[in-house]
Design a protein around this ligand. Sequence first.
Ligand code: GDP
Length: 364
Amino acid sequence: MKLGIVGLPNVGKSTLFNSLTKAGIEAANYPFCTIDPNVGIASVPDVRLDALAKIYNPPSVVPAVIEFVDIAGLVKGAGKGEGLGNKFLSHIREVDAIVHVVRCFEDDNIIHVEGGINPQRDIETINFELIFSDLEALERRYAKAVKAAKSDKSAQKEIELIERLKIELENGLSARSIQLDEEERTIAESFNLLTFKPVLYAANVTESDLTNDAKENSHYTQVVQIAKQENSGAFVVCAKIEEEIAELEEEEKRLFLEELGVSESGLDRIVSASYKLLGLISYLTAGPKEVRAWTITRGTKAPGAAGKIHTDFERGFIKAEVVAFDDLMKHSSVAAAKDAGLVRVEGKEYVVKDGDVILFRFNV
Ligand code: GDP
């Protein structure tokens, strides 16, 4: 999963990006890992991996990962296609979802580029840049579709959709907030619009706000409302605290957060918010050589899940031997879970569930 971090200058993007990706993980396992300083990876925290590692004692425990891209430079005027702006916008096109950092912390020492703290205005500023860019893209697409319609009747549907999207976008709406039926959704996806990407608003609050989930922070309440209106997600984070805990060991981190009265780290919050927004789950593979988590979309069938490991697994799929993580834990080994009748043999139509521990059988 690839998440792009955007937001106005001075809202805490880099602080958050650096903290989340500081832990750094073994790059060898992740071929996509580049040397671009604006790209970093973080492992998806999953206590189930540690529990499985205790059973199997493998030399390698591999968590699922999130790739973060720090998309700085998205400022007023970026959407008009001038100069550098365009480059930043093209980075956004490549991500699965956008994490939009919004400043909700008061601090007189940190200048706000637009004056005071005002999440609604800040969100609109960034969204307008993306909308501008999308309107340009829609103009180009429209011209093409009109040409195509002369010989291809099916282009008419596309023309109607573009006309509708243009009106909504000109009114300041993002494409993701517009109600579309399934067919329209498929066509809209092919436009690759920036404002069609799923968005998570990260409300960057002060340390004291984090303790009570920012319930008393009216800026955060505003962010949540905006998120709701446009089918986006929202969560609280304190970049300052993330910065402080970035270099701590897991146990120290837990104690530090506990003292603050906080149950989850920023990474935990981003992971659960993005999994929920994107409809993702994890399944697990476990053996004496490796224990590993794999991210899939909810609803993926067994062969598709196997394909995450290797395309050969999908092509030659025979069956999946599946045990739910909790059942495995209750019996402490696959053999004991099997004796208890809890290991199922599933075929091609099986829909994989979160926490399934799976062994795939396949032909090579
Ligand atoms: P960016 O321009 O959005 O990447 O913002 P930075 O991450 O560079 O942060 C800008 C300034 O705000 C830096 O001096 C940070 O230390 C400070 N900052 C970031 N997050 C917080 C926060 O949660 N609380 C406070 N008080 N300051 C923060």
